[in-house]
Design a protein around this ligand. Sequence first.
Ligand code: ADP
Ligand code: MG
Length: 243
Amino acid sequence: MNHKIIDLAKQFRISVIHDGTFPIEDQYQEYLLRLLQAEAEKREERSLAERLRQARFPAFKSFDEFDTDFQKGVTRKELQLLEKLEWLDALFNLILIGPPGTGKTHIALAVGNKAAREGYRVAFSSMDNLIHVLKTREISKKSAGRLGWIKKCDLLIIDELGYLPVSRAEANFFFALVSELHEKASIIITSNKGFDGWAELLGDAILATALLDRLTHRCQILNFTDESYRLANRMQIFDNNQI
Ligand code: ADP
Ligand code: MG
């Protein structure tokens, strides 16, 4: 029998096909193969849609749209390496540091989108929302469900660490999550603050050191220091020259 039929029958656990209990006559093999392939495609489409839904990306961003002439903190070649996603299999983390509007979230979303399309489970969350989910997991089914997905994902993207203060208890929750994911998943963090600022934010230098120790063990850090892309490409309702 066609080995593709056997592989698909195994994948779908139709044992009577692949163990030979139900022989398929030659004239039906092509038809059956097409049927199984159509089902495989449909399932792949559904699981991609589900991965994209669970990821909760706030927007679509791609690597192609990213202008490395404008942002000197990352080269085209480095972007290509990031895009290959091999670093996800090697469980590397990525930390993007820089002022607002410099493309940190753009890169995080481009990685996330590519990863979800290639079959990785991804979760995108702002730091605020992540803290909320961690704090309410015992009283909210929604939070518990979200945390369930986060804990089984291959890539967790934490956006905007550093904008809002974090209490001691929240910092501990956050540390516990990072420790749990450490060496199981990759983490991307975007932040407007450097590592010194993280210690201040978490309100505990020892905790911050332990956190950075885990996060930076296998990690690429990119510093984006240029001017804001948003400001440079600002659009206005009124064109100044015309008024
Ligand atoms: P940050 O997360 O650093 O505050 P964003 O990634 O949200 O900044 O970028 C702000 C906006 O500018 C987004 O719409 C993003 O797509 C765009 N942008 C920023 N940097 C670049 C760049 N180098 N090339 C193309 N678009 C960019
Ligand atoms: Mg951002």
